[in-house]
Write a protein that binds this ligand. Structure first.
Ligand code: PEP
Ligand code: MG
Length: 325
């Protein structure tokens, strides 16, 4: 099967009925960008910039950050790279970043992390914004903010970037354009899409965090790992609603869910046609995509979701088998 997936490298992810699916990879280290050529992916849909911070004993300097981002953009060439600003704090604590409470937190996943840290420690975000904008000189910069819970947080983060963009513009560092996005991983944000969407260029759904918050189930607790299914009607209803509300705004799923062929099939059935997944999943997901008949799937899936079908996984498996996916 490995050889079979490798043979798919240069084949486009197009379904039987002609729907072009965008398949991108998740990355975080300089060498991860090589996965683009290895897999034939359309771009990097999630570059986790905190990796550089986590593997470093001291705060990475702006120049070091810039070098990493520039190298990744160069390897990507014409393919887009979506940089996520640092998602640190909570359980991904940095020894060189002082936490205000000193003793850690009882619920780090719901704690002082990601954009919450970035907005409180403006210096961190400012350095990262400059590094990204400088690295993207002459190109399009795609940047997204993690763990946005309310539109004002997105507004503030974007304003911080725009201030650095103005500052660098005067110094001759000018990206072609900057596209801004928010990660949807806190359920509260889904209630504010009408306010949020006009402000941004794209949405990326982080189903890892989103699921843990929807079900109040720690994503790192092995006792709960089997209990909540990504294919449960609750999640699929939630995602369907978000997809509908986003209308013309591009929506990507960048959580692990999209890297499993059956789950990816369900997402496509909901109209989510952009996935960013672990590189090893590109082959299996592309094979599924190329044998999928979307209209047939969509009709059936809608029925199961509306009826609250308790075992959508079994129904999807039958559908896949009977239609040769
Ligand atoms: C997610 O939460 O789904 C996500 C993609 O981000 P991370 O796994 O890095 O939290
Ligand atoms: Mg997340």
């Amino acid at each position: 099967r490995r050889a079979q997936f490798a043979a798919l490298r240069d084949k486009p992810p197009v379904t039987k009925d002609g729907t072009r699916i965008t398949l991108m990879v998740n990355a975080g280290l300089r060498d991860d960008a090589a996965a683009l050529d290895l897999t034939g992916a359309d771009g990097i849909g999630l570059f986790r910039t905190e990796f550089q911070f986590l593997v470093s004993a001291t705060m990475p300097l702006r120049q070091q950050q810039q070098r990493l981002y520039r190298d990744v953009l160069e390897t990507a060439g014409d393919r887009p790279v979506v940089f996520r600003t640092i998602d640190i704090g909570g359980d991904k604590a940095l020894p060189y970043l002082r936490q205000d409470d000193g003793d850690g937190e009882e619920n780090p996943a719901m704690g002082w992390r990601a954009i919450r840290v970035a907005l409180d420690r403006g210096g961190l975000m400012k350095a990262q914004a400059r590094a990204l904008i400088e690295a993207a000189h002459g190109r399009t910069l795609n940047v997204m903010f993690p763990m946005v819970s309310e539109p004002w947080e997105y507004d503030e983060a974007k304003a911080m970037f725009e201030a650095q963009r103005t500052w660098l513009h005067e110094r001759g560092k000018r990206p072609l354009s900057i596209r801004y996005g928010a990660m949807l991983e806190v359920p509260a944000l889904a209630e504010m899409l009408d306010i949020l969407l006009p402000k941004l260029d794209f949405i990326s759904i982080g189903t890892n965090d989103l699921t843990q918050f929807l079900f109040a189930a720690d994503r790192a607790n092995p006792k709960l790992a089997e209990r909540y299914d990504w294919l449960s009607p609750a999640i699929l209803r939630f995602l369907r609603r978000v997809r509908r509300e986003c209308d013309t705004t591009p929506v990507t799923v960048c959580g692990e869910m999209g890297g499993r062929p059956l789950e990816a099939m369900a997402l496509i059935g909901l109209g989510i046609e952009r996935l960013s997944i672990t590189p090893a999943a590109i082959g299996p997901v592309k094979a599924m995509v190329r044998s999928l008949d979307v209209p047939a799937l969509r009709a059936q899936l809608a029925g199961w979701i509306d009826a609250g079908e308790p075992d959508i996984r079994a129904r999807l498996t039958e559908f896949a088998e009977s239609s040769g996916v």
